[in-house]
Write a protein that binds this ligand. Structure first.
Ligand code: 4AZ
Length: 288
């Protein structure tokens, strides 16, 4: 649950110790499944638009300071979850975090490959509802552009990639067991876009949030097993070569009957007025 993430992240050192103590290859209980439950390792070169959000001041240096995921949608523009920028997670408003960075091109957070780019400004969706979780997106504008080729296109409203049954992949460095075993290497999990009805049934107004099809996408596996998990928040859900969702919330990780809930990227695009930029790929979105 999203609140669990917030609680967990306020104890970064304990988490970091857990990541070391629990080897990723160890047999995890079937109910665990986290990217990520039920996932597999990937090299970031296969998904260069998947970035890690980092603050060593707040989360310690062991895993490059990673605390959330993000997705590069323009050379200097990263989309992430609004809740990743909350004071609960960061301990301060994002503007007061001096070392907020985006890490690109680094599969293994224990290494220093790829680039770290400072975040110049943070824009949090003013319509974000931290109770129901609607509108869970924020835009980071980077101090320098990312290397060419790191950007993925966004799926606009009506894109067939949102149809239930579509194959999708979620990427992240989050919990791979459901028990706080944060991955140091990037993982991915194959899931399916599920009907809005399946998330409406699962989340009619639970303590964790309320499913709202206008601003959320439902994805996972009917039988559970593959899912995003804590620490994956803000990272991309990709279908048909476009980003359709950002990891947002859900009840547990990989549980049957409790799919993952993702921020609907087309809703962010609409709110941000990026629709024109989408139609003209020579003009990628640059901030807001
Ligand atoms: C979280 O706490 C979180 N299983 C993210 C995704 C899901 C659950 C929790 C979906 O960040």
């Amino acid at each position: 649950m999203r609140r669990a993430l917030v609680r967990a992240l306020s104890r970064p050192l304990i988490l970091a110790a857990a990541a070391v103590a629990i080897p990723l290859g160890s047999a995890a209980p079937a109910a665990s499944d986290g990217v990520v439950v039920g996932g597999f390792p990937v090299d970031v070169s296969e998904s260069p638009w998947t970035v890690a959000l980092s603050s060593r001041d707040r989360f310690g240096g062991m895993r490059s300071g990673q605390f959330c995921g993000g997705v590069a949608v323009g050379p200097s523009t990263v989309l992430t979850a609004a809740h990743c920028m909350s004071e609960d997670v960061l301990g301060a408003p994002p503007g007061q975090l001096a070392d907020l960075k985006v890490v690109a091109g680094r599969t293994d957070l224990y290494r220093d490959t790829g680039q770290e780019v400072s975040v110049r400004s943070v824009w949090v969706n003013p319509g974000y509802d931290s109770v129901g979780n609607a509108g869970d997106f924020a835009v980071l504008t980077l101090a320098q552009p990312l290397p060419a080729g790191t950007v993925i296109g966004m799926a606009a409203e009506g894109d067939p990639a949102y149809e239930a049954g579509t194959d999708a992949v979620v990427y992240g460095w989050g919990d791979s067991t459901g028990f706080g075993a944060y991955s140091h290497s990037l993982r991915a999990a194959r899931v399916h876009v599920l009907s809005d009805a399946s998330c409406e049934r699962a989340y009619p107004g639970t303590s964790g949030g309320t499913y709202d099809a206008r601003s959320m996408v439902c994805a996972g596996e009917v039988r559970g097993g593959r899912d995003a998990c804590q620490g994956d928040s803000g990272g991309p859900l990709v279908a048909q070569g476009r980003v359709i969702g950002l990891v947002s919330w859900g009840s547990g990780c990989g549980r049957p009957g409790s799919p993952g809930v993702y921020t609907r990227v087309s809703d962010a695009v609409k709110t941000l007025g990026w629709t024109r930029a989408l139609r003209d790929p020579t003009r990628p979105p640059e901030g807001v």
